[in-house]
Design a binder for this molecule. Structure first.
Ligand code: GLU
Length: 287
């Protein structure tokens, strides 16, 4: 089997060292196995994606010496695929429209919490006659979705994925609650688009940061519901700033673009990252 990895940035800001670290790992894993490495621009969020960020991403990757194979893929040009997946889940009775605002959900005293904050309390689940002219997103009815899965001998539903670092992981999508699959302001959510695309593009190894580990529980469920293959996952450690939290803009680290424009050698920087020589104050961390 030919290994196929991807780097899938959202062009909502300039890339920084943490992105370089992730892109290098996806690129090198493919190259080490004579495989393919592709670039997917995750630009379904029309309000936050900017062409100038895309331009910088392409230049940054070239500067780092991370050439990709084939044409760049754009999620904004693949909306029909996400719509088809939504249609399929809707046809199975697994989606419902939700009219709640963030504030509504936060205000719900009974909202339980999952790994990514407040879980949706189910306010709009089972509405008799939803008025679809009002702004709404589409949520997965998690309890129903789990019932749809083939049951195993003990009455348990067994969904697993292979993770290069964590081993065999048993998926627990219920912990994420009724996740959003189509947003109010975008025709698909991250969870849906990424799962559909990884399958449609034949990605064999999803190399990405461990911050997305919790999302994989949901992606594994969507694969089962949509009849899609499960790739192998390699959730790598993240780069963290001096305070131990995931490296971000607020740490004041320069963007890759700023380093590039300052005349730094991108390939030498990539080599240092590969060798684990991180700038002062930056460390690799497990979560
Ligand atoms: N687009 C996502 C991000 O920039 C990453 C998607 C993924 O690797 O699954 O955080």
């Amino acid at each position: 089997m030919v290994i196929h990895t991807r780097f899938a940035p959202s062009p909502t800001g300039r890339l920084h060292l943490g992105h370089a670290w992730s892109a290098i790992q996806a690129h090198d894993h493919a190259r080490a196995h004579g495989g393919r490495f592709t670039l997917r621009i995750e630009d379904i969020d029309g309000t936050r994606s900017r062409p100038a960020h895309v331009e910088a991403i392409l230049r940054d990757l070239e500067w780092l010496g991370l050439g990709w194979d084939g044409a760049v893929t754009w999620q904004s040009r693949r909306l029909h695929l996400y719509e088809a997946a939504l249609g399929r889940l809707r046809g199975q009775g697994l989606l419902y429209p939700c009219f709640c605002t963030r504030a509504d959900i936060a205000a719900s005293a009974s909202a339980p919490h999952g790994p990514e904050g407040a879980l949706y309390p189910g306010t709009c689940r089972g509405l008799e006659a939803p008025d679809l002219r009002r702004p709404h997103c589409w949520r997965l009815d998690m309890a129903r979705a789990l019932q749809c899965l083939p049951q195993h001998a003990g009455g348990e539903t067994e969904l697993c994925w292979r993770d290069a670092h964590a081993g065999c992981v048993r998926a627990d999508p219920a912990a994420a609650g009724d996740v959003v699959l189509a947003r109010k302001d975008a025709p698909a959510s991250y969870h849906l688009a990424v799962t559909v695309d990884d399958a449609a593009q034949g990605i064999t190894d999803v190399v990405r940061g461990v911050d997305l580990f919790a999302a994989t529980h949901v992606h594994r469920l969507l694969q089962a519901l949509l009849g899609l293959p499960t790739p192998e996952y390699r959730h790598h450690p993240l780069l963290a700033g001096p305070d131990g939290t995931r490296l971000a803009k607020r740490h004041g680290a320069p963007s890759l673009e700023a380093m590039r424009l300052a005349g730094e050698d991108g390939r030498a920087l990539a080599e240092r990252l590969r060798a684990g020589q991180l700038p002062v104050g930056i460390a690799a961390t497990g979560a």
